[in-house]
Design a protein around this ligand. Sequence first.
Ligand code: C5P
Length: 397
Amino acid sequence: MGGLKGQHIVLIVGGGIAAYKAPDLVRRLAERGAEVRVVMTRGAEHFVTATTFHAISHHRVYHSLWDTETESGMAHLQLARWADIVLVAPATAHLIAELAHGFAGDLATTLALATDARLVLAPAMNRRMWRHPATGINVETLAARGARILGPATGELAERESGPGRMLEPVEIAQALDGAGPLAGKRVLVTAGPTEEPIDPVRFVGNRSSGRMGYAVANAALNAGAEVTLVSGPTALAPPSGAKLIPVRTAGEMAKAVDEHIADNELFISVAAVADYTPKQPAKDKIKKTGKTLTLELVRTPDILAEVAAAKKRPYCVGFAAETTDVVEHARAKLREKKLDLICANRVGDEHGFGREDNALVAISADGETDLGHGSKQVLAERLIALIAERLPHESG
Ligand code: C5P
């Protein structure tokens, strides 16, 4: 993602204790060349004052929809047009819920609805609120619309509890927006979603993959500063802003797209649920229901990941193994057979996996296992990317 120099950032400050870090965030963004205007919610005013933001941003601070000093009294439209990025930090559970549902009861939410700018959220809240399914679904909804989610980090929370919910440090947020994280300068290709193999012009062989895990991985790689190409089968999701999206339909198209774009990538993360078989000869016209049975002849598709991993000049290769039984054993076998650097095993078909908001992952390499735990796909993707970032320079050769 290109740097922050000259970027217009509207910072929406939500009403949580992490708001005390927001003035520092303004400074960090400005240090990297961004121009910042601050919008405070009513809740934020309980934690920090407009005077602080005014002094640091050198600009007036916006509070109200009914501000008569702005163009035709319409601060929301003026700011919505001006912004390249709308950054919500801290993004409280309440603000996230309002944004997910399109509420427009104040200046912050109205301008978020009125803008075409990239929406970026840095959540901060109590760990139970973060783990609540309502928050999880709201975050997934925003991510599915293309919002970038930065954090939260896990650690000590203000209420003396520990867990996920800490806002990322201002310097980390500024780095992530500036493309300066642990994968800065790295090119990453991610495959995501299902493939659809045509039977005839209206029917296909598909699978239940929603694409959420792959999109979360792409989002986490972007947050870590990588340049991301996302080769995606058909999903209902908006791509994370900043990723280069290459939409495909079939396994064959996915193989071709990966082949065309893999050169110069240091990392390949294959999250797509690629069909293993495809109809040998899709019918030209819609198949009529004449016979009592219908036999489809299927042929093997190329194993995209194994082919990339077998190449002479290859990126660091990460696979996913969705299994219903003996998850870790099967994943280990795939790690060896496909000659991968790392494989993520996840159980599907019960309470986790395909189409679900949350997941459980174990990352396996030749030298051992790392349990990435259980959580939202976004949180697991962040942990996976952190693990890969640690290993990449040592293992990619
Ligand atoms: O062999 P299996 O399909 O279980 O392996 C899963 C891993 O291989 C995933 O990372 C998936 O994206 C990748 N794969 C592929 N091309 C295929 C089949 C699977 O890249 N044709």
